[in-house]
Design a protein around this ligand. Structure first.
Ligand code: GEK
Length: 247
């Protein structure tokens, strides 16, 4: 008897695509997203779990915790579970309606929390205010490079000294050989997670020009430029890192 396909498993790039298209956060991507990100981003589960711990350490009563590009809301959920203050508000934002629909269902199933608000918006358009914690987990890499400084400056301006930004990104390395080496290690990681060479190659092509990674140095320099006083990497697995920036 043949096994029926698992609708939650990411097989979007398993068959040869006649017409390669740019990657978007469509209904089909949203449907398999947790499987996709867990099998594609080394260290993802650790970053999500630690996001809750870091957020709880820095959340102030009466302040807002933002999760920008929240997808299914995994990072916001982790924060909501760890932050005790009833007067905090937790806002998740994503411009993919398909993702936001999943985030709503996810919270319905996992945690009923009156403090949580999920909003369909472009993170470039929203007004940020009174933020004690801003979470940008694997989202800035999809924002065009020329808009990144503006967004980070607005985040910093919504904070008080001591508040934090958690910024997780795919990195590129300045040494081309080392960069190629880490990309190969990442592809090996994906093979071990069950992705075929065809899936890895087609996904890579779809993300080309959509996900633009920068170096650790570029991130750190820009975070200082927009007014964060201290920042560095607190976690890295292969070419995926998470930075903490303190206002
Ligand atoms: C997690 N943080 O699970 N405005 C709003 N949303 C955006 C924008 C934008 N300009 N650009 C991209 N997105 C999540 C994972 S996924 C990372 C984040 C990945 C949204 C997009 O719709 C998607 O849901 C998310 O950012 C990026 O911790 O797919 O590698």
């Amino acid at each position: 008897m043949s096994k029926s396909p698992d609708p939650t498993r990411d097989e979007l790039f398993a068959e040869p695509l006649a017409q390669p298209e740019l990657f978007t956060f469509s209904e089909s991507v949203a449907g398999v997203f947790p499987d996709m990100i867990n099998r594609s981003v080394p260290g993802y589960a650790t970053v999500v779990a630690m996001t809750g711990v870091l957020a709880a350490q820095h959340a102030r009563p009466d302040s807002i915790i933002y999760d920008l590009g929240c997808s299914w809301g995994a990072s916001l959920l982790s924060a909501a579970r760890k932050i005790d203050y009833p007067s905090c508000q937790l806002i998740g934002i994503d411009n993919s309606e398909a993702m936001l629909k999943r985030a709503r269902l996810n919270f319905q199933e996992q945690l009923s929390d009156q403090r949580v608000l999920l909003q369909a918006s472009d993170i470039m358009d929203i007004q940020l205010e009174n933020a004690s914690v801003v979470i940008l987990n694997y989202t800035l890499q999809f924002v065009p490079i020329k808009h990144r400084e503006t967004l980070l400056r607005r985040i910093r301006n919504a904070m008080q000294p001591g508040d934090v930004l958690i910024l997780s990104e795919k990195l590129t390395l300045p040494d081309p050989q080392l960069n190629d080496y880490l990309i190969e290690l990442h592809h090996n990681f994906k093979r071990q997670q069950g992705y075929s060479d065809l899936e890895i190659a087609q996904k890579r092509q779809a993300l080309e020009d959509v996900l633009i990674p920068e170096t650790r140095h570029q991130h750190v320099e820009r975070l200082h430029q927009v007014g964060f006083s201290r920042c560095d990497i607190w976690f890295q697995c292969l070419n995926f890192a998470s930075l903490i920036a303190i206002a």
